[in-house]
Design a protein around this ligand. Structure first.
Ligand code: NAI
Length: 461
């Protein structure tokens, strides 16, 4: 039988395994779940299709799901984010994985389709950005004769439609069958969560969803402290530019924006922020950043979008930038920067995921990862430790959906606070943090139990 995987080079598996072994030492949450549930195997019978950046950290997540009894197939959720040695190690372990760094958009959707091809189809989705969920739902709508629209970017729309057509021709009724047998989805990121809430509003979410992003131990750690380490890592690996003394503009001051601004200012850059939300704008100002309009800051050296919104850096902005300005995005999709409008300019490829584009003024800009998330495209994403917190939430969400899915309606849920606190607790030892125990009197005085939860639901951290 032909190999049931597509990776760049299976010979990279040895290297991948060595890095996996190191990552395990930095992912105490996942390793604790393996000890806690490895024998009971609560995910037995589950068939999980995963659509999430195929990195070393994700490999530890996949092996944790397998250790807990799951059958897993995997694709990456971004064309540039795969670490080929991680994919090779996973393929060699016998888990079907379809991911190559630098795969085309057509391959991206074909690989996603392949990750669904369990003999009996999947019954759970683990999503990052919502592509796997979108694929099933759009396909089912197409099978019902409805128009297939509302996809991430216009460039991608035609590719998705073509992939859906192909699957419909090969397996009539397949999408509807998949939609009906999936018992739930756990979603990793802000943008994917936003899509899920939209589906609920439209009455179109066909299964329960767990919003992993809004566990405190995900968005307040991965989005923030993760980007704090990985943003500058990506810019440096791409450009080797000196950060200290440069002026950087960060568009958006949500969790990712806060981490990104901290990353740049920690490296010595002078950071300006743009924001649409007055609360986040005030936070940025009080964190010491100048809050400006992008139009007023076009003489900066580095521009980073972090909004999860579209058309943030537009062609008229790029036309006014100085020679060799660096432009990149760390939000989920590539439509934050109007890359399509640069297509008829002169492009010079410098190296993988780094392009120099000449503007009509004669000035050039350096575009990172063609506007896709640069911390994964130009570097290796967040460090293992912070991804351990995110992925521990993911595994708990998958267990919840698989073992108690019937208790949930077709709505979006957040994991209960005691599990959020558990995820944090599992990561304290590794950083040498000691937790103070509340006496029964102290707990009663502030209205909590000595064993937690330690905060009311409305607390914001
Ligand atoms: P968030 O909602 O906390 O922050 C986004 C901020 O952008 C908000 O404060 C919003 O007011 C602001 N914004 C929206 N439109 C704007 C505009 N036109 N100009 C200026 N500001 C604007 O979202 P979060 O969690 O920070 O995520 C942002 C994006 O990053 C999402 O797409 C998310 O999926 C992605 N993400 C990427 C990661 C990575 O490793 N690259 C990690 C985590 C999230």
């Amino acid at each position: 039988m032909a190999e049931d995987y597509i990776v760049k080079d299976i010979a990279l598996a040895g290297f991948g395994r060595k890095e996996l072994d190191i990552a395990e030492t930095e992912m105490p949450g996942l390793m604790a779940l393996r000890s806690e549930y490895g024998e009971a195997k609560p995910l037995t019978g589950s068939r999980i299709v995963g659509s999430l950046h195929m990195t070393i950290q994700t490999a530890v997540l996949i092996e944790t799901l397998v250790a807990l009894g799951a059958d897993v197939r995997w694709a990456s959720c971004n064309i540039y984010s795969t670490q080929d040695h991680a994919a090779a190690a996973i393929a060699e372990s016998g888990v079907p994985v379809f991911a190559i760094k630098g795969q085309s958009l057509e391959e991206h959707w074909d690989y996603l389709d392949r990750s669904f091809q369990f003999p009996e189809g999947p019954n759970l989705i683990l999503d990052d950005g919502g592509d796997a969920t979108l694929y099933v739902l759009l396909g089912a709508r197409a099978e019902a004769g409805e128009d297939v629209i509302a996809v991430p970017t216009s460039e991608e729309e035609e590719v998705i439609k073509a992939q859906i057509k192909k699957r419909m021709a090969a397996s009539p009724g397949w999408f509807t069958k998949m939609r009906d047998q999936i018992v739930g989805v756990s979603e990793e990121t802000t943008t994917g969560v936003h899509r899920l809430y939209e589906l609920v509003k439209q009455g179109q979410l066909p299964f329960p969803a767990i919003n992993v992003n809004d566990s405190v131990t995900k968005s307040k750690f991965d989005n923030k402290y993760g980007c704090k380490e990985s943003l500058v890592d990506g810019i440096r690996r791409a450009t080797d530019t000196m950060m200290a003394g440069k002026v950087a503009v960060v568009c958006g001051y949500g969790d990712v924006g806060k981490g990104s601004a901290a990353s740049l200012s920690g490296a010595g850059a002078r950071v300006k922020v743009t924001e649409a939300d007055p609360i986040c704008a005030l936070q940025a100002a009080m964190d010491g950043f100048e809050v400006v309009l992008l139009e007023e800051a076009l003489d900066a050296d580095i521009f980073i979008t972090t909004t999860g919104n579209k058309d943030i850096i537009r062609i008229e902005h790029m036309r006014e930038m100085k020679d060799m300005a660096i432009v990149g995005n760390i939000g989920h999709f590539d439509n934050e920067i109007q890359v399509a409008s640069l297509k008829n300019h002169k492009w010079t490829n410098i190296k993988e995921q780094v392009d120099m584009i000449e503007l009509p003024s004669g000035n050039r800009i350096i575009l990172l990862s063609q506007g896709r998330l640069l911390n994964l495209g130009n570097a290796t994403g967040h460090p293992s430790f912070v991804m351990s917190a995110s992925f521990t939430n993911q595994v708990l969400a998958q267990i919840e959906l698989w073992t108690k899915g019937d208790d949930y309606k077709n709505d979006v849920y957040i994991l209960p606070k005691h599990l959020d606190e558990k995820v944090a607790a599992l990561h304290l030892d590794r950083v040498g943090a000691k937790l103070t125990k509340l006496s029964p009197e102290q707990a009663a005085y502030i209205g909590v139990k000595p064993e937690g939860p330690f905060k009311p639901e409305h607390y914001r951290y």
